[in-house]
Design a protein around this ligand. Structure first.
Ligand SMILES: [Zn+2]
Length: 238
């Protein structure tokens, strides 16, 4: 292969590697963000459950106070029962007693219902707290892994950038300018192989004459369809 072309193939490979590092780091960070989102929604769920439990407790306390009042009232009514005389007074007192008893049983039912509700919420809260601690554990693990992986990627990137720099110094200025021009639009596919007589940038078949030039590889050949720099891969025999 022509020396210039060989350099461009190498340069393009470095550029492709360099451009692959950023998405790799981004993918890792996205993963962490997903985990953190889950943890956040668990925290919100826990807050909501705690607020619900608090509210249930305060409702129960109100019923307890009311029950106390009703019991006092009943005691009062039975005291009055000793002193009332007329039929009308007795009836009025009986009605009052009935109402108080109904209110007592209503409050007792409510307390029972709230107790059950509180038990359920407590159970859900316990589960959410356990899940959150699991989630936080995985986040910590993931953070460590990501930190390690990012440091590995950075080392690789520095290494590749260094090699690229050394290569660029050796490349003919005109050839380099031409490569940069193609790269401006073709990004990481400025230099592509020809496979089955087709350009591997635009996937169009190339004519026999151009193909023969690519195989000879005496000079830099570009795809007649898209303009990418073409090369014939060295056959690798296993
Ligand atoms: Zn092409």
């Amino acid at each position: 292969m022509n020396k210039y072309l060989e350099q461009l193939v190498e340069l393009s490979k470095y550029d492709m590697q360099i451009s692959s590092f950023e998405p790799q780091i981004k993918a890792q960070k996205t993963k962490l963000e997903e985990f953190s989102k889950d943890a956040l929604s668990l925290k919100a769920e826990i807050n909501k459950l705690e607020a619900d439990i608090k509210e249930t407790k305060s409702k129960k306390a109100k019923h307890d106070v009311h029950l106390g009042e009703l019991k006092d009232k009943l005691a009062d009514i039975s005291k009055k029962g000793i002193v009332v005389q007329t039929e009308k007074e007795i009836k009025a007192l009986q009605l009052e007693e009935e109402i108080a008893k109904e209110q007592i049983s209503f409050s007792n039912e409510e307390i029972e219902r709230l107790d059950k509700l509180q038990d359920n919420k407590n159970e859900a809260l316990k589960e959410a707290i356990a899940k959150l601690s699991e989630e936080e554990e995985s986040i910590k693990e993931l953070e460590n892994k990501i930190e390690e992986s990012i440091s590995t990627i950075s080392t690789q990137r520095n290494d590749i950038s260094h090699k690229r720099g050394e290569l660029v110094e050796k490349i003919d200025a005109k050839i380099l300018t031409f490569y940069e021009k193609v790269k401006r639009w073709a990004k990481t596919t400025a230099v592509v192989p020809v496979r089955k007589q087709a350009c591997y940038g635009c996937y169009m078949k190339i004519g026999d004459k151009t193909y023969a030039e690519v195989i000879k590889s005496e000079e830099i050949v570009t795809c007649p369809h898209c303009g990418r720099i073409l090369y014939k891969e060295v056959e690798i025999t296993e």
